[in-house]
Design a protein around this ligand. Structure first.
Ligand code: HEM
Length: 239
């Protein structure tokens, strides 16, 4: 496996950290540790400092589904924190070589947490999409690829196909990261267009998804890997 370029590595770490922070803040609001109104005031103040067009009404509308469905929100943000924290370590060849047992147990936990994470994301994206039909279509695509990739990765490793497992896990991780990329895309699109965040949200979901999954596919091709690559197919021993 070739070395990950430092730019790609740094982007992954920044996006993963962004995802963790967003999920932790949402979790702290959900469990009443942070006051929702205070957090909204802070978000509005930050947006105005950055020169972004964001109204209190838009922010309220965005937050309402999470307050209306606290259980589904918990099913989303709690696995999200663990998933985004553990997943990057799964790609470290040093860690895998030194501690394969840890990689296996962490991987099993990630697949188990990924299922409620993906299903709850689909729930919000399909039933209460802030960005309308364009967001719903993007989330449907991303959610299906995320869940399908996780299941394919699990099936591949049970069959001893280490390379196929790596490819599908890379795709699943890319979809999870795309949720953070979408935030960066919105931060660029909002001042560029001056359009309301709600009208840009669906485009942000799609662009975040295409850019991140596209980068992952580029990386996989760069490594010249295919799921049926007989030359690189390795049969894993079980713990
Ligand atoms: C580990 C990866 C993920 C993290 C860290 C994450 C984080 C979050 C957070 C914090 C929220 C609450 C909104 C906010 O505070 O900004 C949220 C909402 C949402 N997430 Fe995720 N998420 C992840 C994976 C996914 C996946 C795989 C999907 C696709 C099915 C998804 C779809 C959604 C949708 C549709 C919403 C609601 C957006 C709306 O209001 O329209 N998420 N996510």
């Amino acid at each position: 496996m070739s070395k990950v370029p430092s730019g790609l590595f740094r982007s992954v770490i920044v996006l993963a950290a962004l995802g963790v922070v967003a999920a932790v803040v949402r979790g702290l609001v959900l469990f009443g540790v942070l006051d929702a109104a205070t957090v909204e005031q802070q978000v509005l103040a930050n947006a105005s400092w950055l020169g972004l067009r964001l109204t209190a009404g838009e922010l309220r509308e965005f937050n309402t589904p999470f307050e209306a469905h606290p259980f589904v929100t918990a099913l989303h943000v709690l696995p999200a924190v663990v998933f985004m924290t553990l997943a990057p370590f799964q790609f470290s060849s040093t860690l895998r070589a030194r501690c394969l047992r840890l990689h296996r147990w962490s991987g099993r936990a990630l697949v188990l947490l990924g299922i409620p994470l993906g299903i709850s994301g689909l729930f919000f994206g399909l039933t209460t999409p802030f960005g309308g039909t364009l967001e719903a279509s993007g989330v449907a695509f991303a959610g299906a690829l995320f869940l399908g990739s996780l299941i394919s990765a699990f099936i591949a490793i049970r069959a001893g196909d280490v390379n196929g497992h790596r490819i599908w896990m890379t795709r699943a991780f890319a979809v999870a990261l795309s949720i953070a990329t979408m935030r960066v895309v919105l931060l660029v699109l909002m001042p560029l267009t001056g359009a309301p965040v709600q009208s840009l949200f669906g485009l942000g979901v799609w662009l975040g998804f295409l850019l991140t999954v596209g980068a992952a596919e580029w990386w996989l091709r760069h490594e010249n890997a295919t799921p049926n690559d007989g030359g690189r197919r390795v049969v894993a021993s079980r713990s």
